[in-house]
Design a protein around this ligand. Structure first.
Ligand SMILES: Nc1nc2c(c(=O)[nH]1)N[C@H]1C(S)=C(S)[C@@H](COP(=O)(O)O)O[C@H]1N2
Ligand SMILES: [Mo]
Length: 249
């Protein structure tokens, strides 16, 4: 292991960090991996390929273990973290904003009704509220309150093919992430319009974010512009750099 990770740390720090956890959790040694794969793990390329393959394999294990009815813990209002932290792949001074009246949610892919949605239309749908913990891979977590449209209901409303494998999110800050359909249909996955008692402020993803308490923070897209239902593996901004795609929390 000591030979593998310093090398990886040179060019794929995120992958190394995530996959080191997987090695430990699954009790695999590098020696065992060498035997299993027949790869010479002293070669940088081979190491990379093996780790990517393991990460996709780990996606399948996590998907198989995911319980669609198991709820993430919820908390009392008194447990909410104040102030709730901001995070993005850029500093808070560079947060992008849109005109809320002009904004429309665009839909594409395996969806029967692709008409775009305004915020006013989204607010006519039934809303749900949750106080849950957000866990960021960067090593912090915080409890917050989000409200909005249960995503399952929204997918049914637009005639999404819920047998499709993925739901992909494009954001107007050029962020991108995607989730598995089982998680999209989970009862606590919501299209959040509000943080606390007010519309989402710019720092928390105005005008629309996906709140997914069963996944790590980076799988909770803010500033949503477009949603695609698809069977083609969509990846994501961090996922393409080595963070494990499923990333359940
Ligand atoms: N559009 C967009 N969504 C994003 C990100 C981003 O950079 N852009 N960062 C992700 C990460 S890593 C985290 S931890 C959370 C932070 O959300 P918060 O600012 O509400 O705490 O947003 C996630 N969603
Ligand atoms: Mo994060």
């Amino acid at each position: 292991m000591s030979r593998l990770f310093p090398r990886l740390a040179d060019h794929k720090p995120a992958l190394a960090r995530v996959e080191r956890r997987l090695f430990l959790r699954q009790g695999l040694s590098l020696g065992a991996l060498t035997l299993l794969t027949g790869c010479d793990l002293s070669q940088g390329d081979a190491v990379d390929r093996v780790l990517w393959a393991m990460s996709r394999w780990n996606d399948r294990v996590q998907a198989a273990l995911f319980d669609p009815n198991k709820l993430a813990p919820t908390y009392k209002a008194s447990a909410i973290t104040k102030p709730f932290p901001f995070n993005a792949y850029y500093p808070e001074s560079e947060v992008r904003t849109v005109d809320a009246d002009a904004w429309r949610l665009r839909l594409s892919g395996l969806v029967a009704d692709k008409r775009p949605w305004s915020l006013a239309q989204l607010r006519t749908l039934p809303q749900a509220s949750q106080i849950t913990r957000h866990v960021c891979v960067e090593g912090w977590s915080a409890i917050g309150q989000w409200s909005g449209v249960p995503f399952r209901m929204f997918l049914q409303r637009i005639g999404a093919d819920t047998r499709a494998r993925y739901v992909d999110f494009h954001c107007f800050d050029d962020y991108h992430t995607s989730i598995d359909m089982a998680t999209a249909l989970h009862p606590q996955t919501i299209l959040a319009l509000d943080y606390g008692d007010s519309p989402l402020p710019p720092k928390y993803g105005a005008p629309l974010k996906l709140r997914v308490p069963t996944k790590l923070g980076f799988k909770n897209p803010k500033y949503i512009a477009a949603i695609t239902v698809t069977n083609d593996y969509p990846g994501g901004y961090w996922e393409d750099q080595g963070y494990n795609w499923f990333s359940g929390s």
